[in-house]
Design a protein. Structure first.
Length: 123
């Protein structure tokens, strides 16, 4: 059981890193005009040229590989709900690395997710 939990945590940490890289990169793109092909082409060029996008993709691939290991070791009915740790990790990392605010509703929702994870983990 602890091996599965550890694999899920590691997978979700990699996925969280990928999301942070994606968001930091998206913040640097500025605004694009998407009403024309040229606007889409500029956006795709910016995406392709962003090192943070590539770091995000690598992070997500590593997270996927670890996730597959977790699925191989445990029941889907356990592993999948534990993947909800992502919500907690994203909330905390967005606060720490992106300066996003944590309001009462976000905190309450995240605590509900934590409670659900605990219920599933102890069953």
């Amino acid at each position: 059981m602890w091996k599965i939990i550890g694999l899920v945590v590691v997978s979700e940490l990699w996925n969280m890193a990928g999301q942070i890289f994606f968001k930091k990169s998206a913040n640097s793109f500025g605004t694009h005009e998407f009403s024309s092909f040229r606007g889409w082409a500029r956006f795709m060029r910016d995406v392709y040229q962003s090192p943070l996008i590539w770091l995000g993709l690598v992070s997500m691939v590593v997270g996927l590989l670890v996730w597959l290991l977790a699925l191989a070791c445990g029941d889907l009915s356990l592993v999948f709900p534990l993947g909800s740790l992502q919500y907690i990790l994203i909330l905390v990392s967005a606060y720490l690395f992106l300066g996003e605010k944590i309001d009462r509703m976000k905190l309450a929702g995240t605590l509900l997710v934590v409670f659900g994870i605990i219920l599933i983990a102890i069953s």
